[in-house]
Every structure is written in C-alpha cells, then in structure tokens.
Design a protein around this ligand. Sequence first.
Ligand code: UT7
Length: 338
Amino acid sequence: MKANVSGNGTRVGIAGVGVYVPERVLTNAELERMVDTSDEWITDRTGIKERRIAAEDEAASDMALPAARQALESAGVDAGELDMVIVATSTPDMLFPATATVVAEQLGANRAAAYDLLAACSGFIYGLSQAYGSVSSGVSRKVLVIGSEALSKIVNWEDRGTCILFGDGAGAVVVEAVDGGGFLGFELGADGSGGGDLCIAAGGSRNPTTEQTVADELHLIQMRGPEVFRFATRVMVSSAAGLLEECGAAVDDVDLYVPHQANKRIIDHAARNLGLPPEKIFLNIHRYGNTSAASIPIALAEAVAEGALTAGKRVLMTAVGGGFTWGSVYMTWSEGRA
Ligand code: UT7
C-alpha cells in the first residue's frame, strides 16, 4: 500500500521520542574469541563495531519501559492519557500476553488498548502507520509506538553469519495531533515468498517446541544472509523512491534519511541509488548493530538528541525485514502539539 496523506485534515506527527539501550557492550574483539570471525570482516561487511546485549533478566518490556517513559516526558504526555500502546517486536517477553500489556500496566496507561505488532525489522514503521490511522480518524488521540528487541536471546551464538549482526535496545515515540509538520505519506508492503530466508522455524503452531526442535536449534534465528541482502538492497530503494513520488517530493527535499540500521552496505547502496548524500544519512549501526524493530526509533531519538532532527526538517525512513516486510515513512518533523 502507498498513500500520500499530506492533504488529510488533521496533522498528525511525532511529539516525543525516547531511547534505552542495555549497559553491556559486546565488541567485535570479543566476538573474535567466540566464533571464527574478525573485527576487519565484520567492519568491512556490516559497518558494525559493537552492539548492546540485554542482561540475563532483561526482557523486551524492561527495555521498552525506560524508552517509553522518556518519550512520554519529552512529549509532555501522561501515561493515563494514552489511548493505545503498540510494541513492535520479534522478541516479546512471551508469546502472550502481549508485551504491550506489560508495558501499559507498568506505565499506568490504564485507558489504553495495548498490543504487539510482528513485522520483524519493519514493525516500527508499520506501527507508525497504524498510529497515524488511529489518530487521524479520531479513534485515538495519543498513541505510544515502541520498538523493543532482545535479539541476543534468540541468536545462535555459534552461527557467525548472524551473531555478529544483531543487538538489543528500544526506542519509543508518541504520536498525536501536532500544530506543524507531521506525516506526509506511507508505503508498506510484504512478500511472503521470502519467509524462509529469515525466520525462527519452531515454537509456533507449525512446529511446536519439542526436544528435537531445540536440539536442531530451530528456536533460534536462521538467516540466508545473501538472499536477505539482495532483497533489502532492492526494496530499500524502490519503497523510498515510490513513496517520494507518491508525495510529489524530490530526493533533494529530504533533509534527513533515517534508514533501518541493518548493514552499512545496504544503507550505502540505498543512499547512493536514491541520490542521498552522506551528510543526510543518520548512522549509528557501528554502535548498536541491527536492532530490528528498535533500530529506527533509537536512531530518531539519537538524531533529536544530537540536533540533527529539528522542527521543519523532512525525514525519510525505510525499513526492510523478515517476512519479507518493508515500509517507508515520509514526514516533516513537528514543532509541537496541536
Ligand atoms: O534487518 C534485516 C535482516 N537482516 C539483514 O539485513 C541481513 C542481510 N545480510 C547481510 O547483512 C549479509 O548477508 C551478512 C553480513 C549477514 C553476510 O555478509 P555477506 O557479504 O553476504 O557474506 P556471505 O554470507 O556471502 O559469506 C561470504 C563469506 C563466506 O565464506 P566463503 O564461503 O566465501 O569462504 C562466509 O562463510 O564470508 C564468510 N562469513 C564470515 N567470515 C568471517 C560469513 N560470516 C562471517 C563472519 N566472519 N562473521
């Protein structure tokens, strides 16, 4: 789906951002001692130097909570005002109840509907589109969208093709009516034919957990890296270009490109093909690796903190991930609440 929403009556935007990353830093040098890899290979092939790892007792909701509190504070919104809490994650605390219900309860968001959204690395972008739809239609007034991932818990630490890539963390935003700027358009899609290229094969209703599935390590991430890479490089470009065209915007109109931090080579390829110069690209993959649904909200919060994202700037975000799923958002950063 693709939509230019700039002509819709209500301006809806992001009124506050928050971030949390776990304390523990796992460097490439440490990974060299765990699997047959090298700092040079990881840096060259991915751009990653280090990533954060959740503590043993730290789950997705534990990371979502501080990020959410920061986003609410920066938006000046009380948890009790929230109408909806969406947690985009592939690593929920448990299959159900939803992690969002845990977060809503701990925040004191006692009026809010709460649910998890599973669209892998594209989950946060999907969540933004749902929050936009709910606020612009009048169903909700204030929606908290969180991306939180504890990927270290589902990584196979003996598989050098995946364990070097992923990291943990959370980012959150408050979506509501704003008096300037706001969302301009969305492009979302899915192609289930690539599902097997990036998956956790067991633990669901297709292959319930058994001793055998655990012995076969089917409860951990399996990825055909080069296939995902090929798909991602193509769709990062087509999704963003299609959305800009739908919005009647040129690449030069974009002030800041905040891509999913999947692999620096994927980001560089997309930026090059879209015609975005390096100074417009927000990058933090070297510090966090690929944090899936948390990657774009973490980047947004850091971009705001660094002064790279200020009122009036046009922001383009694109994510691609398991499913396959993808999504782009184009928006003008907001000046304040309506
Ligand atoms: O967020 C969306 C989800 N995922 C992604 O976006 C990931 C997309 N894919 C990728 O980022 C890349 O495919 C990887 C970084 C995962 C792998 O990089 P690649 O350039 O595609 O490597 P490859 O899998 O084609 O492997 C090339 C070589 C192989 O050796 P041979 O067969 O050529 O001798 C691998 O065994 O590199 C080897 N290799 C490694 N060597 C050192 C694979 N992983 C490693 C490693 N250290 N960690």
